[in-house]
Design a protein around this ligand. Sequence first.
Ligand code: ADE
Length: 224
Amino acid sequence: MPLSIDVLTLFPRMLDGFLTESILGKGLAAGHLAVRVHDLRAWSTDKHRTADDRPFGGGAGMVMKPEPVFAAIEQLQTPGCRRIYLTPDGTPLSPALAQELSREQHLVFLSGHYEGIDQRIRDRVIDQEISIGDYVLTNGTLAAAVVIDALARFIPGVLGEEKSLTHESFTSKLLDFPQYTRPAEFRGMSVPEVLLSGNHAEIEKWRVARQLEKTRQVRPDLLK
Ligand code: ADE
């Protein structure tokens, strides 16, 4: 059974392009995974379809109400599924975490308001909280897309070539080497000679040297 993903959000249309374009769109069409996006307001019961309210204790901004979220998750969850809340104060997304998620059967993603959601949601119907980085988005919908994109690449068949997975940044703990394609000469800039040489040992040596150089410049923390 392919991995099945439900996304709960107040802004379902933010994911339209994401789900139809590129490698992810093809992966979905080919049935390597299934993603369903749900508007949280479908579970709100009052006539204004409200999903948020003012915080107890005061303060700026709105807080996502528990009732629609509990109702939605209780309807969508399956035994053994992992229920994930996207939040800047969650566990940082890593390649290892993305790979771990890619091996699950069923994921439910909850995208919240940046101001926050009622703590009782996190206490009772969330299994894991994930952050995609130390910056704050206006809501978690794009964060859910990022996590889905990152995990989809680990699902067999989603990427054409298995090779593109093993060779990339972060699986090797080094940043990528520069890539070139035709033409060999463009506006006075030529492709490094070694890449045209056909000497695979030399090419490999050159690539590793460039990776070390780039990593030292941009992410010295990865070399420690
Ligand atoms: N929601 C808002 N900012 C976020 C972030 N950095 N990661 C995950 N979810 C978020």
